[in-house]
Design a protein around this ligand. Structure first.
Ligand code: BT5
Length: 321
């Protein structure tokens, strides 16, 4: 009901409580209650005894109705679960994907304004205060589980493209899951999956973008290597618009991905690469390997030319500083 009232408030400068009540077939008291509800959500609504209600400003929150208004995707973001705070959107997305009683459609989004226990890879922590974009997408691709390692690279291309469109900033991709601006991390991607031998049950892609975060607010131990879009552009980014653009780009690339057209996505990845051509050290858990990053293969693996000239393919690892 609050959503319907919002729709009418957006159409006109002022609309009276009486007209709203008539249009919605509810009492004026019920209208008033819904207006209070919208105010509680952060909408500023002026009221005038003679003219009625007027929408003054929208809250700077990632509310589903704000994201879905004007979103031109077919299925990504059609269902959104929004939370002011969560431990981790990936944890919630996995719970939703697992709970078969509740029908969760492909492309369902979990969004939180803050995460109290945001997750990086390998149990690392992800700092997620208010002002960032912390979201997870639930997917059910009918592909072989071994194909999925490519989805992180695909997501990185969609993130870079949407940041470029919305801010004119040109970020770069550090294999496999980091987006950098001026050598510092502005976004991280965490892909998790449940699969049988030859069948995927679900995939959750978690994306964290440092949108409107002040540099001094990052914890000291990561300050040197982190950056936010606000810092770079000198002004707040419109988070809702960035999310809408990202979802549109994501759907476009994911459709290609499902058609197994990964090579064309990989070409775009390479154009935005921070990694290729560099001498790097890769932490593979049990050992660190040094060499030159010469290519990414069609599986999304990094091809490293070692000092002895031998080439090796690395499926997963972390590039050290
Ligand atoms: C990542 O891991 O980069 C994946 C981050 C994914 C975060 C999203 S937010 C929505 C969804 N829900 C979640 O719970 N997670 C996903 P990794 O490559 O392991 O990098 C982690 C490292 O990045 C940490 O050890 C820190 O050094 C650094 N870091 C932590 N918070 C950061 C931040 N806000 N910005 C930049 N770097 C950060």
């Amino acid at each position: 009901m609050a959503k319907d009232i919002l729709k009418f408030l957006r159409e006109k400068e002022y609309i009276s409580g009486e007209v709203l009540a008539q249009k919605l077939g509810i009492s004026r008291v019920a209208v008033w209650k819904q207006i209070q509800k919208l105010k509680d959500m952060g909408y500023k609504i002026a009221s005038d005894q003679n003219l009625g209600y007027c929408l003054v400003s929208r809250p700077d929150l990632l509310l589903p109705q704000e994201i879905q208004r004007g979103l031109s995707t077919n299925y990504i973001g059609k269902e959104i679960y929004y939370f002011p705070e969560l431990k981790s959107t990936n944890i919630m997305a996995k719970e939703k994907a697992l709970n078969r009683a509740e029908r969760i459609y492909e492309g369902t989004l979990i969004i939180a304004e803050r995460q109290s226990a945001g997750k990086g890879r390998l149990g690392r922590e992800w700092f997620s205060p208010a002002g960032g974009i912390w979201l997870s997408i639930i997917l059910y691709p009918q592909l072989s589980p071994s194909y999925i390692s490519r989805i992180t690279l695909m997501t990185a291309v969609a993130v870079v493209k949407s940041i470029k469109i919305c801010t004119q900033i040109e970020p770069q991709i550090k294999w496999p899951n980091d987006i950098l601006i001026s050598e510092k991390k502005v976004c991280g991607i965490l892909t998790e999956m449940s699969a049988e031998l030859d069948m995927i049950n679900w995939v959750v892609v978690g994306i964290g973008i440092n949108a409107n975060i002040e540099h001094q607010d990052f914890p000291e131990d990561i300050q040197e290597n982190t950056i936010s879009l606000k810092e770079v552009s000198g002004k707040e980014v419109l988070r809702v618009m960035l999310i809408q653009t990202f979802l549109q780009e994501f759907e476009k690339y994911y459709d290609k991905f499902k058609r197994k057209e990964f090579l064309s996505i990989l070409e775009e990845w390479k154009l935005n690469s921070h990694t290729l051509g560099k001498k790097i050290r890769v932490d593979m858990g049990e050992k660190i390997i040094t060499g030159e990053a010469v290519n990414i293969n069609e599986e999304g693996a990094l091809i490293l030319k070692k000092e002895d000239g031998k080439l090796i393919n690395i499926i997963s690892g972390t590039i050290c500083k």
